[in-house]
Design a protein around this ligand. Structure first.
Ligand code: F6R
Length: 264
């Protein structure tokens, strides 16, 4: 099922999701987290900081990475994950993987890139799969960097970013042209294999894509709609991101009356 929780603020959403992660890690100290980058998951990472001691043995797999940035570029997702997740939460860097981070030369266009996706899939499988996958959603409806047209069966592979996504992410770079054209991303099939999906969306700019993903037709033209095929999805949104949801009143009603024992 897809559970939609409308929270008063991104910070409140972060606390809620952090509590679910803490509960997971108390059950299983070496739980496998699927890590998103970008702005949406930041409140979760912030809310996890007081629990850092508990997270020591946690393992992590990032959703995606840019292709073509020099190794160590501050906006490479390896660097972002180090800065925003690994260091502040005191995770073991060796237990946190980002697609292509096993390529010593970085993610250029070398031949080794061709099978980086397969190697990443093998690493996720060897870890026993992802327990809880954090997701954001792009204006194009992408999750991970699975842009419109991505197969629901897709696995980690190299994709071309839409110009819309490059514009949206230009805020992290000195100039829009610096946003890479390509990325390597977990596929929709990879994401759907995680045991619990947690999608975060905050702000009015997300309202249309979020409503389409949660309530629209299931279509690869709106890759986020793939979440409707998963058995356990939690969608955490603020009022602005929830503003185009047709059944928002029902989601509020269901949340208020949720049996306490159910958890997220
Ligand atoms: C990031 C990712 C993307 C973002 C999406 C939303 O790892 O996979 O799908 O989650 O582009 O980005 P923000 O959260 O910055 O609005």
């Amino acid at each position: 099922m897809t559970e939609v929780i409308i929270v008063p603020s991104p910070a409140a959403g972060g606390v809620l999701v952090a509590e679910a992660i803490v509960a997971l890690v108390r059950r299983r100290a070496d739980a496998v987290l699927g890590l998103a980058t970008g702005s949406s998951p930041l409140p979760v990472y912030t809310a996890l900081r007081p629990h850092a001691a508990l997270l020591r043995d946690v393992r992590g797999f990032a959703l995606d990475e840019y292709v073509g940035l020099p190794a160590g570029h501050p906006e490479s997702y390896r660097a972002v994950i180090e800065r925003e997740v690994v260091v502040p939460l005191g995770l073991d860097p060796a237990r946190v993987r980002v697609p292509g981070d096993d390529l010593a030369e970085g993610l250029g266009y070398e031949a080794s890139l061709a099978d980086a996706g397969d190697r990443y899939e093998a690493a996720i499988a060897a870890a026993g799969g992802v327990d809880l996958q954090l997701l954001g959603i792009g204006a194009t409806g992408h999750i991970g960097f699975n842009e419109p047209g991505s197969s629901f069966a897709s696995r980690t592979r190299v994709k071309t970013l839409t110009e819309q996504t490059r514009r949206d992410n230009a805020r992290f770079f000195a100039a829009p042209d610096e946003v890479p054209l390509h990325c390597i991303t977990q596929g929709l099939g990879t994401i759907l294999a995680a045991r619990h999906l947690v999608l975060l969306a905050f702000g009015a700019a997300k309202a249309a894509a979020l409503a389409a993903a949660v309530e629209g037709p299931v279509t690869s033209s709106l890759p986020g709609s793939a979440i409707q095929l998963h058995g356990r999805v939690t969608v955490v949104v603020d009022e602005a991101a929830a503003s185009a949801l047709r059944f928002a009143d029902y989601y509020r009603h269901a949340w208020v009356h949720k049996p306490a024992w159910q958890g997220l």
